[in-house]
Structure formats: C-alpha cells, structure tokens
Design a protein around this ligand. Structure first.
Ligand code: FAD
Ligand code: NAP
Length: 322
C-alpha cells in the first residue's frame, strides 16, 4: 500500500462500519478498583457459551480507537489503523451474587474480566502496550470484540472432593482462581481450597471483601493476600516489618502451609500458578534460570511435578500472562 498521511487515510475509512463488522459484545458494567485496575463485565451478543473455570478468551479493539490520556504514545501506521488488536484474558468471577451467596460462572449471564492497565512498556526497546490503554477508555454500553471460542487447558480437571487445591497468583493472575474457587465451593468440594494473591499494594486486591465473606461462609476456604510494596514490606523501621512477601518465600518458609492450615503435601495437593512469569519461573529447555527462583523449581524440590499426562495430586499447572 502506498504511504498516505494518516488524516487522508482516515477520511477514507468508515470506523462505524468497522465497529459494526468486528464488535460482537457490550460492556455492561465496569467496576474500578483504582485508576489502573478494573473489573469489566461483558455480554457477548450471542450469549455466554459454556466453558470451564480457568479458561480464557480474547478481547479486541480497533487500532483506530483512542488511547487513555496519560498512557504511552503509540504511532499506528496509516495502513494498520483499520486492524483489530486482540489479547487473551482469563475469565474471572465475582464469587458472590447480590445476596452474598456463592456465584459460579454458570450462574451468570455475563463474563467478568479483571484487568490491569499497562500504561507504558517496561523498557525503551519494547513496543507500547496496545490494548489496555484503549480498553480503559470504555464504559457501560461500549462495544468490543470478543473471541468466538473460550479456550485454555488451565482448568481444574479431575480433583478428588477431599484434595487440597493451592492457587498462587500475582496481580490479576487471581482471575482464573476466582472462577475455580467459585466452582469448587458451589460443587461442595470438602478439601482445603487455598487462594493466595501477591500484589504490590493492599489497594490492588479488588476482590478482598468478597474473599473474606467466602471465608466466613466456608470453613475449608483460605484467602491469603500478601503485598510487596507497602511500608511493612519496604521500611525496616516500620513496626511489623516483613520485607517483600513473595509467594516463593512464603512457601519455602512454611508460612504458606501454616496460614493455609494444611501441610500442602504433594500426595494430596493440586497446584495452580498464574500471572507474572517470574513468579512462575518456567525455564524452557536450554534456558537460563533467573537469579530469583520462581515457584516451579521450589515446588519440584518439594516433590510436586509438571506432568501433563497425569491429573493426580502433586501436579503443577501454570498460566503465564506474558
Ligand atoms: C492466557 C492469558 C490470560 C491473560 N489474562 C489476563 C487477565 O485476566 N488480566 C490481565 O490484566 N491480563 C491478562 N493477560 C495479559 C493480557 O493478555 C495482555 O497482555 C495485557 O492486558 C496487556 O495488554 P497490552 O496490549 O496493553 O500490552 P502488551 O503489549 O500485551 O503487554 C505489555 C507488557 O505489560 C506487562 N503485562 C501484561 N499483562 C500484565 C498483567 N496482567 N499484569 C501485569 N503486567 C502485565 C508485561 O510486561 C507485558 O510485556 C493474559 C495473558 C494470557 C496469555
Ligand atoms: N497503584 C499503581 O499505580 C499500580 C498498581 C498496580 C499495578 N499497576 C500497573 O499495572 C501493571 C502491572 O502491575 P501488577 O502489580 O498488577 O503486576 P506485577 O508487576 O506482575 O506484580 C504483581 C506482584 O508480583 C510480584 N512479583 C514481581 N516479580 C516477582 C517474582 N520474581 N517472584 C514473585 N513475585 C513477583 C510483584 O512484586 P514487586 O513489588 O517486586 O514488583 C507484585 O507484588 C504495571 O504496568 C503497573 O504500572 C499500577
């Protein structure tokens, strides 16, 4: 295509027609936790298909859509402006209905997403974030593209009713765990269910009060939030100073098992890891392990295994967000 000035090119594009062609869902509610973190409830035009807790779907917006003020600038070449950018998002779960009762995904007529705004690339050599600066411009009633297929192998699978389920997430990595938690509790799972979330600040725990309410209702449920950038994490002078509470340290020190009130033994525990790849610590064959080990090698040392052929206890599953 010949290089044309953006304004000249834009004149020739019917953006409303593009929206009509590509967008197939509506934002029915947006619940902001803070300016960089929100829950989006989205209703696909064709209704919510059946899916399993833990799965994901793509959301997309046209590159012609505006970006939120205060996010990194992005130059979209004129010949790419009519494209739709898509990203994968785990399907989260509000956990409770309006009466405070457990609300698994199948009881809802919308999909809930838990999304952090990436304002800028984390390095000068990296491309600016594409989707979230546009997504955070949306509000109730706005249209969006949603993938036709909900997919993903990060699911509960076969879990005995009395087994322990350990879910470790960073940031929005708690999203699939919320769906799994609601499913397990709604199905009467009797074993320990541990949902640990590591975030920078307490204010990054959008579902905190819902988890606390679930703990009141279900004796086998443990929600274990931890932070890394609060004064108790950063300032040794602070009373109650604990340093950075990485999930790895909580696991190796035994504090996680203590707080979970469960031995977290590989003979009876299924493990799910989701979010920041550095917390997960997957090293591809021939790759160099990071200086701070992630959860995978630590779990393996403790007798857990990454084994895709076997669904029994001791198995580790993970979902890296980038
Ligand atoms: C299977 C799967 C499920 C996902 N589910 C979610 C979800 O439920 N919620 C969600 O917020 N994101 C989720 N992501 C990440 C999501 O797909 C996008 O990458 C993210 O929203 C940023 O999109 P972007 O286009 O703005 O920036 P991109 O250009 O895609 O990403 C830029 C950089 O932002 C950082 N980043 C990306 N995602 C996150 C994140 N979640 N938290 C912190 N830093 C991040 C990374 O450093 C990444 O390199 C998921 C990713 C995968 C693969
Ligand atoms: N209040 C805010 O302004 C705010 C809050 C949240 C997010 N954001 C934005 O959201 C984006 C993502 O932030 P996020 O906090 O959701 O995700 P994140 O950067 O993945 O951090 C989530 C948690 O994982 C921890 N973590 C990082 N490296 C780890 C490792 N090697 N092992 C174990 N844990 C590790 C982080 O601790 P560390 O403290 O060590 O990073 C943090 O507690 C960023 O672009 C950011 O700008 C802004």
């Amino acid at each position: 295509m010949k290089d044309v000035a953006v304004s000249e090119y834009e004149d020739s594009i019917d953006f409303d027609a593009l929206r009509g062609r590509h967008y197939n869902a509506t934002v029915i509610e947006r619940i902001d936790c803070h300016e960089n973190l929100a829950r989006f409830r989205i209703m696909p035009d064709d209704g919510v298909p059946r899916f399993q807790a833990g799965q994901y779907v793509t959301l997309g917006l046209g590159l012609w859509e505006p970006r939120l003020e205060g996010t990194q600038q992005e130059i979209v070449p004129a010949n790419k402006r009519s494209r739709v950018a898509k990203r994968a998002y785990s399907i989260s779960c509000p956990l409770l209905d309006d009466e405070g009762r457990i609300a698994p995904n199948e009881s809802l007529d919308y999909l809930e997403f838990y999304i952090t705004l990436v304002r800028a690339a984390d390095g000068p050599d990296k491309a600016p974030p594409v989707l979230t600066p546009r997504l955070f411009c949306l509000g109730k009633g706005d249209r969006i593209a949603i993938g036709k297929k909900i997919t993903g192998a990060y699911t509960l699978g076969e879990i005995a009713p009395d087994a322990t389920v350990l879910m470790l997430g960073t940031g929005t990595g708690e999203a699939p765990h919320n769906s799994m938690t609601a499913t397990l509790l709604a199905n009467g799972h009797s074993g320990r269910i541990v949902n640990a979330c590591c975030v920078r600040y307490l204010g990054d725990l959008a579902y905190h009060s819902r988890h606390m309410s679930l703990m009141d209702q279900y004796r086998n449920y443990r929600y274990l939030p931890c932070t890394t950038r609060e004064p108790i994490n950063m300032n040794p002078e602070m009373p109650g100073y604990v340093g950075k509470q990485y999930l790895q340290q909580l696991f190796t020190s035994g504090k996680l098992a203590e707080a979970a009130d469960d031995p977290l033994s590989p003979t009876n525990t299924h493990v799910f890891l989701c979010g920041n790849p550095d917390m997960i610590g997957y090293v591809p064959p021939g790759g160099t392990p990071p200086s701070t080990p992630g959860m995978l090698p630590l779990l393996e040392q403790a007798g857990f295994r990454q084994d895709h052929s076997d669904e029994g206890p001791g198995r580790i599953q993970f979902e890296k967000y980038w």
